[in-house]
Write a protein that binds this ligand. Structure first.
Ligand SMILES: [Zn+2]
Length: 243
């Protein structure tokens, strides 16, 4: 691991119980320059060759989440460790196998160290669905879940949780439901990436993260996967809901 500590951090206001995963469309050097220009930071950044850099000590509150929300928490920077993954396509194309290997190793270590619960491992787009599209539709959520990190779903669970609206299902998982179309699209980015349109230019994705339309909100596959994921969170998270 390499270290280049940035001063853009402060004391945490709570214990560390979340991990936020990001993608950044630069290599490590350009990403650090951009962080310095904007006085932001993240605890770790994983280069395309798999090398991990530490930018902020874990005890400190780094500045990576911005205005965000997850399961009633708003100061997510105080609660979380932020990890960036370099990706020219901003996570629209597969991450390198070296990155996946290092990323899984780092995340597993942190989960164990801080006893981070699966429902608290999130993407930036999950906690800021109107503003952020990273870590992107090609992020390795499924591989992480196979390693016991975070949740994936069993489609057969969908039928166990029928009587809820899209809004209620998103809320059960943890999303902010002020903007259902944005949160539903963030949900797809993570659990149903085939429903997310690929854009050519990364700048396009930065300026417009996209939203679910009425057709997607009524799509049978979307509803099934949403129910199956909500069931998983409902039955296995620390704050289970009544089904
Ligand atoms: Zn991000």
């Amino acid at each position: 691991m390499r270290r280049k500590l940035l001063p853009y951090c402060e004391e945490r206001q709570s214990k560390t119980d979340m991990i936020v995963l990001h993608a950044v469309a630069y290599d490590v050097t350009a990403a650090i320059k951009s962080f310095c220009d904007n006085k932001v930071s993240s605890h770790y950044i994983v280069a395309e060759d798999g090398e991990i850099w530490q930018l902020v000590g874990e005890k400190k509150r780094a500045r990576h989440a911005g205005v965000s929300y997850w399961r009633e928490i708003e100061d997510i920077n105080s609660h979380s460790i932020g990890i960036e993954f370099c990706s020219k396509s901003l996570g629209q194309k597969k991450f390198t196998s070296a990155q996946i290997k290092s990323g899984i190793g780092l995340i597993k270590k942190l989960v164990k160290k801080y006893k981070i619960r699966p429902e608290n491992i999130v993407g930036h787009s999950d906690i800021a669905p109107r503003r952020k599209a990273d870590p992107g539709k090609a992020f390795f959520w499924k591989e992480l879940a196979k390693e016991g990190v975070g949740f994936w779903y069993n489609l057969s669970d969908a039928k166990k949780i029928n009587d809820f609206s899209v809004e209620e299902l998103l809320e059960i998982i943890g999303y902010d439901t002020k903007d259902i179309c944005a949160s539903a699209y963030a949900f797809c980015r993570r659990f149903l990436p085939d429903k997310v349109t690929e854009v050519k230019e990364v700048t396009e994705l930065i300026n417009n993260v996209g939203r679910a339309n009425d057709e997607l909100l009524a799509d049978e596959k979307f509803l099934q996967v949403l129910r199956a994921v909500a069931y998983k969170y409902c039955s296995e998270s620390k704050t289970p809901c009544k089904i």
